[in-house]
Design a protein around this ligand. Structure first.
Ligand SMILES: [Zn+2]
Length: 422
């Protein structure tokens, strides 16, 4: 797995440089006034350090839980409390998760501190802590179920548990994606139908929907009250099947003009039409299979080599769970560039779709889109010239500079061949 990724990295760095093309005549560039530019650079640097250090620390925390016998101690308590496996899971899993997440909480706190000092968040600390607690409760509930299934499968099929657990996790993954928009998200933000306070806007949005030859009924459009906690602009598509919906943050409605909101909506419609949520889920499932198969081998080796020292009796032992989390977090870290590369590609497709679907409905869509990204970048303090390695590894969206340059010069109508919306 890792060797594969290094090959991937190598191919990219060894690829011959593209000859530099002169930009098309209408190309605009993304820029920030000097004070904001300095802030954006400082904010980016602080976040990047936080990201890489917290990843390394996360691995160290799991190693500490193993090396100091903390996991083994929790297992002893769970086994002393009951002979029933499910009761043991209810005791062991929350203890382990809480220990791990409390070890990692300084980084979460520092992340929120950065959001506050760079004016990206206005959330109070008690409110933040309550969100953290709700997130923990959700993670604990889900982890109890998953860990119980995982260890039941490992005990029954020591050689093929990786495949059976993957099969068992699929319906869970799809159920979560389905219920997430109306069960999980409302625990953190308030939602209401977009038409409730913005009926004129919904009428305009329906024109965009019709232009795309699509049917997104207004009851699948929601406004999220993001402004209670954050200042940045966003919109997204979420859900799956009957729960699929478009969500626009109220900050977006406050800070953008109607044509710009139509562009943002057109982009989200691109995700909706092009089935991006479904495709990402399928890819995540396939990646999960790969991870479990590789994890199976690494984990067996790890437990053979270090098990006695960590007081782990074997893979069927609850105390092996942090070793599994360790393998998953290392794999997750090295797969980040692949997942983000795929996401950037999807986002670029959605940008193209957005530009095409508002063509003819909004005067000068290229300028509207370029200005939308300019505002998005200013509000979110995006640096105009990000480090290429950071972009490659961590960016889920193309950089704002690329999006401004691309959208301001996008004009397939001159050749008569738009990609998605004819
Ligand atoms: Zn998007």
């Amino acid at each position: 797995m890792r060797a594969l990724l290094f090959c991937f990295l190598l191919t990219i760095s060894l690829a011959p440089a593209q000859p530099v093309q002169p930009p098309p005549p209408n190309t605009q560039t993304y820029s920030l006034p000097p004070d904001k530019l300095q802030k954006a650079v400082d904010y980016a640097h602080a976040r990047h350090w936080l990201y890489f250090i917290s990843q390394i620390y996360g691995v160290a925390a799991l190693l500490a839980i193993l090396a100091f016998g903390i996991a083994a101690k929790f297992r002893d308590w769970a086994e002393a409390a009951s002979r029933r496996r499910f009761i043991q899971a209810i005791i062991f899993v929350p203890l382990l998760l809480l220990a791990n997440d409390l070890l990692n909480i300084p980084f979460a706190i520092y992340g929120q501190h950065l959001e506050l000092i760079f004016q990206q968040s206005i959330q109070s600390w008690p409110s933040w802590l309550w969100d953290w607690t709700k997130g923990e409760l959700l993670a604990i509930l889900l982890s109890i179920v998953l860990a119980f299934i995982l260890y039941a499968v490992i005990r029954r099929s020591p050689a093929r548990w990786w495949f059976y657990f993957w099969l068992a996790s699929l319906p869970i993954l799809f159920t979560i994606a389905f219920v997430e928009p109306f069960v999980v998200e409302p625990m953190f933000f308030k939602f209401e139908p977009l038409a409730k306070q913005h009926s004129a806007l919904v009428t305009d949005l329906e024109k965009v929907v019709a232009r795309g030859g699509l049917a997104i009924p207004p009851d699948r459009m929601f406004e999220m009250k993001a402004s209670e906690k954050v200042t940045s602009i966003n919109a997204y598509v979420t859900g799956f099947g009957a729960s699929k919906r478009v969500v626009v943050w109220d900050t977006t409605l406050q800070k953008l003009t109607t044509p710009e909101i139509l562009m943002v909506f057109g982009h989200e419609m691109g995700h909706y039409v092009l089935g991006h949520v479904r495709n990402s889920l399928i890819l995540a499932a396939l990646f999960g299979l790969l991870l479990l198969y590789a994890g199976f081998h690494v984990l067996h080796w790890l437990i053979r080599r270090w098990g006695p020292r960590w007081h782990i009796r074997g893979l069927t032992d609850w105390a092996s769970l942090p070793a599994l989390l360790l393998v998953a977090s290392v794999f997750g870290f090295f797969s980040e560039p692949v997942a983000n590369g795929y996401s950037r590609w999807q986002e670029h497709q959605a940008d193209i779709y957005g530009l095409e679907v508002i063509h003819g409905l909004v005067p000068n869509p290229a300028a509207v889109a370029a200005h939308t990204f300019q505002v998005l970048g200013e509000e979110g303090l995006d640096e105009p010239d990000p480090n290429p390695f950071i972009e490659f590894w961590t960016f889920s969206h193309p950089s704002i500079s690329e999006r401004v340059a691309f959208s301001s010069s996008y004009n397939p109508w001159s050749t008569g061949t738009p990609k998605y919306v004819k």
